[in-house]
Design a protein around this ligand. Sequence first.
Ligand code: ATP
Length: 470
Amino acid sequence: MTINKKISYDILKKFLDYSPNEIYVIDAQGIVCYANRAVEEHCGTKCAELIGKNNTEISLANYWYPRLSPRVLKEKIPMTIEQYTKTGRTLLTTAIPIFNSEGNIEYIIENSRDITENKKITNDLTKANKLIARYKKELEALRNYSGDIPSVFSYSERMMKLIPTIHKIAKTNSTVLILGESGTGKSHMANYIHKNSPQPDGPFISINCASIPDELMESELFGYARGAFTGANSKGNSGLIELANNGTLFLDEIGELSLKMQAKLLQVLQDKSYYKVGGRTLQHMNCRIVAATNRDIYKMIQDKLFREDLYYRLNVFEVELPPLRDRREEIISMALYFLKQFNNKYSRKRKFSEEVLNLFLKYSWPGNVRELSNIIERAVVINKGTVIDSIDLPISEPAIDKDNSKKTQDNYFTEDFFCGSLQETLDYVEKKIIISAYEETKSSYKTAQKLKISQSKASRLIKKYCTNNK
Ligand SMILES: Nc1ncnc2c1ncn2[C@@H]1O[C@H](COP(=O)(O)OP(=O)(O)OP(=O)(O)O)[C@@H](O)[C@H]1O
């Protein structure tokens, strides 16, 4: 290191005095020899208070902690630590021992850099990164979230294929036509599409086309202008299309719309504009249309009962909800879902007997999800005991769908199988396996061999599960 000879002691001292880093020097006895301005700033004390004093005495005032020089005096090596000052600063301090020609420590120079701001930034960054990680997870969960449709509902192969498509469709603002038998969940799905649409907070206006007489349908949909007809509201009225502004208009049972109204609806879908009944000002349609029907729409088109051009306008996306009997893997999880819902609603603690669950799997569910939900609600309310048994249900053998029951039993034991708690599920599966093995082998010895368990375990389980089942 070279220093310009012209630099005097005073100038050199100034360099040290004005250094933004703290410089603090003690001798081998721990007496403070030098402290610069930065020490004053960091520790809130005058240098004059420190110079000449013993380092131990100074440390008692707790200007900064933990102490570093005693360790360097002892270890005789340079050390770096973080220190905290009485004024709330964080310092990164390096203490370096300076040795004399005999190898003894003559001085210790401490150089401290104020890292309070850096620390704060680092802490903020760590917090921000943690938040980002959390938000990422939440976002992922939201993306996978299927609105009002609990994930248990996508257990069947058909629904698992359908749900991601519906998710994509929902994100667009296109018109959707939902087909499916009564009670398969078309209205539920329409709502789901709305909740996952680009305007989920907008209105979801639902109209059942079958329940409104044809002569009123036009004014219901389009609204009417002031003085449009005798008895009309003197200020006029908004139609459902206007009420659904920035949201979704759900036209349920669209198959029931008269041909006259079909023509009017087609016009609106094409032009995205309409006139109120008796009005002269052009209104703009600004809502998504979702329509549904349980009728055989293709046959209706053939029979000239439904306009083909309207069908094509509506089915930009077409979703067909399968009947419940074609997605039997969902029945148990759905039943448990409804049971939980109605137990909560009516403050009950009902459970299903195993026999009921088996009946649910075999039944053909002509009324689909609605029937399942209604039956469970009724049983939860009416049942006296805790356990709901098949005798308590209004479904009986003739409706049992024999062709499908075997397939269902097999699919029932998929890894996605869900039966309340883990223990309940495991017990259920264990029972099924033991009964089936014992029925096949008719001996506890062979059951043990088949299932690779000890004979005493097999005997115990057979006694537990098979005696009541005979
Ligand atoms: N995925 C689902 N999750 C929860 N509940 C559902 C689901 N699907 C249907 N439901 C329930 O089943 C009942 C019938 O559903 P929904 O009214 O949507 O059927 P739909 O097909 O529109 O019937 P319809 O053709 O008779 O109008 C409703 O109580 C609904 O909440």
